[in-house]
Design a protein around this ligand. Structure first.
Ligand code: GLU
Length: 479
């Protein structure tokens, strides 16, 4: 068998949608697990859709995702150029070969005529009008400089069939196939033509792409046959849905890679999650490194039904990745989010980082998770209520009356010394230490939901601020 060659062929539209990234990922996994080559080809023949800088977005996304190429615009390779607009002359030459073979023909029909072909439902279908032009007429019109397109001459009887690696046998009656445009009036090829020429010239063995191309593939196969070329294998991927009925839209900003990164997702988690959108691994494992994905990826696990993008699941997975980060790396990634938070320039990021690493699923939760620490305001003594520990406002008052002076006298303010003073207070009052910890936490933060306990809170606040708050809390209890 030929060496496996797969490709990712994005159009430079400005951002990387999760569906595109998944096509890239599967192409990459399939190439790597077969010791094949993975090729990047930029499909920029639709000049109207071209967005400046879009190729950089593609490169940076793939780099962050750990998807590497063997050949491409920047990598070079023996099958270049890898940017379609630089291959313009190649397409025209092949289109003319098809014209020679009568598998394609010049069409000079103007917009008015084409518009007039619309049926009652508005569907326009080309009627092969220009197929009957004589050689002389064509030569004359070309010499005159008339605008033209080149169309594929579809057979009108029989069926076109192929076997898709995901969807199985596909069969389309040829009479349903329109004589699609191969070369547009601006001289550029359509996707429908360029994909065939390039996949052949780049020796692609497996075409992995979205299933919006599933039903056009018979037309492409007819082109391969007209040239006498070997047809590649196809893997068409089901769409990724936003919910039961709506496709994840390219305009739905949340579905693009850069937005996820900005929100604080880790590229490894995104890639891992996307790998599972439409592919079910054999066992129950859900967390996969790239090396594991390369090992386990299997066409047999590709789904025929669409998959729903579940951000909650991706968040969960991201949380698992965050927990495993070395602390220094966690802090490096968390710092920009602390910088945007209410504790900026007030409290220590590292101390909070230690508490939050296991408590967040996504980095942008950081600002909301730390906000409480600056919101210290008069609060209702109900907050001290704890049935299990038998705490009420009286108990709280006694605890603070005892512990406040002890804490004021502390010279060394750290977690160890704070624990000691709490235990000492509990002993003096013959209370469980849990009671003292709990009262102190509420008195220090004016809330009973905090990441970490009273000792960590007092340590973050520092002595001066802790004492100020404890005095106020006691005062409020006495009012
Ligand atoms: N340029 C096409 C797209 O972005 C690629 C489809 C393919 O992989 O052939 O949809």
């Amino acid at each position: 068998m030929n060496k496996v060659r797969t490709r990712f062929a994005p159009s430079p539209t400005g951002f990387m949608h999760v569906g595109n990234l998944r096509s890239a990922l599967y192409g990459f996994l399939f190439a790597r697990q077969n010791n094949g080559s993975f090729i990047l080809r930029i499909e920029d023949t639709d000049l109207e859709r071209y967005v400046e800088g879009a190729v950089d977005v593609i490169y940076s996304t793939l780099k962050q995702s750990g998807i590497t190429f063997d050949e491409g615009p920047n990598e070079g390779g023996a099958y270049g150029p890898y940017v379609q607009s630089e291959r313009r002359d190649i397409y025209l030459q092949y289109a003319l070969e098809l014209v020679e073979k009568k598998a394609a023909y010049y069409c000079f029909c103007d917009k008015e005529r084409l518009d007039g072909l619309a049926d009652a439902t508005g569907i326009k279908r080309y009627d092969k009008h220009c197929l009957s032009l004589s050689e002389a007429e064509i030569a004359e019109r070309l010499a005159r400089g008339d605008k033209y397109v080149i169309r594929q001459n579809m057979p009108t009887t029989g069926f076109s069939e192929y076997d898709d690696m995901v969807f199985g046998h596909i069969s389309v009656p040829n009479e349903e196939l329109e004589d699609q445009v191969l070369i547009k009036s601006d001289g550029m090829p359509t996707y429908n033509f360029a994909n065939v020429i390039d996949d052949h010239l780049m020796a692609i063995t497996h075409v992995i792409r979205g299933n919006e191309y599933l039903s056009s593939t018979p037309k492409y196969n007819l082109l391969y046959q007209s040239f006498g070329w070997e047809i590649p294998k196809y893997m068409h991927l089901t769409p990724i849905m936003k919910d039961e009925t709506r496709k994840l839209s390219k305009r739905h900003g949340d579905a693009n890679f850069d937005d996820f990164i900005r929100k604080g997702y880790l590229p490894e988690a995104i890639v891992n999650y996307i790998a599972l959108l439409g592919w079910s691994p054999k066992g129950t494992q859900e967390k996969f490194t790239m090396a594991e994905l390369i090992e386990h990826f299997d066409v047999k696990g590709l789904s025929k039904s669409s998959s729903i993008f579940d951000e909650a699941k991706m968040k969960w997975l991201n949380g698992e990745y965050i927990k495993e980060l070395p602390f220094a790396k966690f802090m490096e990634l968390a710092t920009p989010f602390f910088e945007q938070s209410a504790i900026k320039g007030i409290y220590d990021y590292q101390k909070f980082g230690k508490l939050l690493q296991s408590r967040i699923e996504i980095f942008n939760e950081i600002p909301e998770k730390v906000e409480f620490i600056v919101n210290f305001q008069k609060f209702d003594s109900e907050l001290y209520q704890n049935k299990k520990l038998k705490i009420d406002s009286e108990v709280a008052k006694v605890v603070l009356e005892t512990i406040n002076p002890l804490m004021e006298k502390m010279d060394v303010w750290n977690e160890e010394s704070l624990h000691q003073v709490i235990i000492q207070t509990a002993e003096e009052l013959a209370l469980k230490s849990g009671v003292v910890y709990t009262v102190l936490r509420v008195a220090l933060t004016a809330t009973n939901i905090t990441p970490g306990g009273s000792v960590e809170m007092a340590d973050i606040l520092g002595k001066a601020e802790s004492i100020r708050r404890l005095r106020l809390s006691l005062k409020w209890l006495r009012e």
